[in-house]
Design a protein around this ligand. Structure first.
Ligand SMILES: Cc1cc2nc3c(=O)[nH]c(=O)nc-3n(C[C@H](O)[C@H](O)[C@H](O)COP(=O)(O)OP(=O)(O)OC[C@H]3O[C@@H](n4cnc5c(N)ncnc54)[C@H](O)[C@@H]3O)c2cc1C
Length: 478
């Protein structure tokens, strides 16, 4: 799309307001402001109007109008994107389309393990609705109190239970999407089997709003485990953690739902900055893992089984110390040690973040090579790498040294990024395991993606959105 400049004509804004109706938009500057900046405050844009449609039909009408007038649309859910995916660009010509008023659960079928809900539903609310019906919606992430169904689908979100339940893609049975020309693609079924041609819904999962607007989805629910066992263990190094992962998967199979790795430095940041947290184990250990099992057997039998496996891991030297949560409060306390790392890192000062994945077996080698690269590029900086070892997905973050104002780390940002992503490429890994491309990694995708894959992505974009009105400048350069 050509990028025209200047504000949208006042008559167009009038048409949009009439189309959206009372309560269907925000136009005052103060009301628009929260929609114009991303969660990390990396990007600031301008929108003349935030559209708040309350039905699929209204979204379709709006998109048709935008196509006719070549006006760009930026879909937005909870605005928790880590890569500026939901933020309009400067210039004041891109409409933010917030799905927040579309928050109805249209159907919940516990016997069929399916729930159909609108895109603006907040994830935590959907988890609660599933739980009230005796079922589990297993997607779980730190932003679940504000991120929305449309957002987690459009970013193919991951989180802490991917090991057992897969990414968001694995939880989507059916989808309703408004296409960039305003047609409604209705694939809102709960079918587990459907091999009628191309599986079109997959195109929109993880597309970051660049191919259409997700308005509703049918989700796959799961049985709730009868008992949950959570353990926090000290391990000598990432290779031992990997051996432990193999042991636990061998013993527990899919009952192992979480396997998170964290280094001592991450734990220390949490203990320093998060009130109420305490050392989970005696002594100082170099690495830790947080593991969780969801078992379909009574609590006592489940604990006994897990304890026996952990005892064998201690005997094999994979674990040096371990604690099991005995109460819900203890479980929450152990989880906080993992979940508060991003907050603690922010409080500590400047840090560079990389959201990467490599094959699980290559994680120890990657961490060792990455640590060596960081040490030579920014001496004194601290590597705070932690995350979902069970998925090969790491937050490969670098914090400034203690007491350092971070200026030299900031100055080295590009060099560090190239070193880390170059290493990822050599391992045939991913430069975006969870958070997507958004605005942040458009150039990185160009640099590291296979040229054939990039060309196919562009072909798809042109075929579905020939006018380039859907979230321009995100994922692919416009
Ligand atoms: C504290 C915190 C922890 C996080 N932890 C994780 C984590 O563990 N794993 C993980 O994967 N992510 C994580 N994230 C990132 C983020 O929460 C997820 O990407 C989430 O899926 C975004 O949902 P949202 O509703 O906020 O979407 P937004 O931020 O509003 O939008 C994200 C993208 O989706 C598009 N979009 C939104 N709604 C629609 C729609 N209805 N139709 C079409 N496109 C749409 C937007 O245009 C944008 O490109 C975390 C973020 C925070 C702040």
């Amino acid at each position: 799309m050509n990028d025209p400049v200047g504000p949208l004509p006042a008559s167009w804004l009038g048409e949009l307001k009439a189309l959206l109706g009372p309560g269907g938009y925000l136009d005052a500057a103060a009301d628009r402001a929260p929609f114009e900046t991303d969660f990390r405050a990396l990007y600031h844009g301008d929108t003349p109007l935030v559209a708040l449609p309350d039905s699929t039909a209204r979204v379709a009408e709006l998109v048709r109008w935008c196509a006719a007038h070549r006006v760009a649309i930026v879909p937005q859910g909870g605005n928790t994107s880590y890569c500026g995916g939901a933020t309009p660009r400067p210039g004041g010509r891109e409409l933010v389309l917030s799905l927040r008023r579309m928050h109805r659960i249209r159907a919940l079928d516990p016997a069929g393990d399916a729930m159909t809900a609108e895109a603006g539903c907040v994830l935590a609310g959907l988890q609660e609705a599933a739980a009230a019906a005796g079922r589990l919606l297993p997607l779980s992430l730190g932003s679940e109190g504000s991120c929305t169904l449309g957002g987690v689908i459009s970013t193919n979100a991951g989180g802490t239970a991917v090991l057992r339940y897969g990414m968001m893609r694995a939880l989507v049975l059916g989808l309703e999407v408004v296409l960039p020309d305003g047609r409604v693609l209705d694939q809102l079924t709960a079918l587990a089997k459907d091999n009628t041609g191309y599986d079109l819904k997959q195109l929109f999962i993880g597309a970051e709003g660049t191919l259409g607007v997700v308005t509703a989805a049918c989700l796959r629910l799961h049985p709730r485990p009868q008992s949950t066992v959570t353990a926090f263990a000290a391990v000598p190094d990432p290779a031992a953690a990997l051996a432990l992962l193999a042991r636990l998967r061998g013993a527990a199979g899919h009952a192992l739902s979480t396997f998170e790795l964290l280094p001592r430095v991450a734990l220390e940041l949490v203990l320093r900055h998060v009130p109420g947290t305490r050392e989970p184990l005696a002594g100082v250990q170099p690495w830790y893992v947080l593991v969780e099992f969801g078992l379909h057997e009574p609590e006592a039998a489940a604990r006994e089984r897990v304890e026996a496996t952990l005892a064998a891991a201690i005997a094999a030297g994979e674990i040096s110390d371990v604690v099991l949560a005995a109460t819900l409060a203890q479980r929450d306390a152990l989880w906080r040690l993992r979940e508060e790392i991003p907050f603690a890192q922010r409080r500590e000062g400047v840090s560079l973040k990389h959201d990467i994945a490599v094959a699980v077996q290559r994680v120890p080698e990657f961490i060792a090579a990455g640590a060596a690269a960081i040490a030579s590029l920014v001496p004194g900086a601290r590597l705070v790498t932690y995350g979902h070892l069970g998925d090969g997905s790491l937050h490969f973050n670098v914090s400034a040294g203690a007491g350092d104002d971070g200026a030299s780390l900031r100055a080295a940002e590009n060099t560090v990024r190239q070193a880390v992503h170059g290493l990822v490429a050599r391992c045939r890994g991913s430069i975006s395991a969870e958070h997507g491309i958004g605005q942040l990694k458009v150039a990185e995708l160009e640099r590291y993606e296979d040229p054939v894959a990039l060309a196919v992505m562009r072909d798809l974009k042109r075929a579905l959105d020939p006018l380039g009105i859907m979230n321009p400048g995100k994922v692919l350069a416009s």
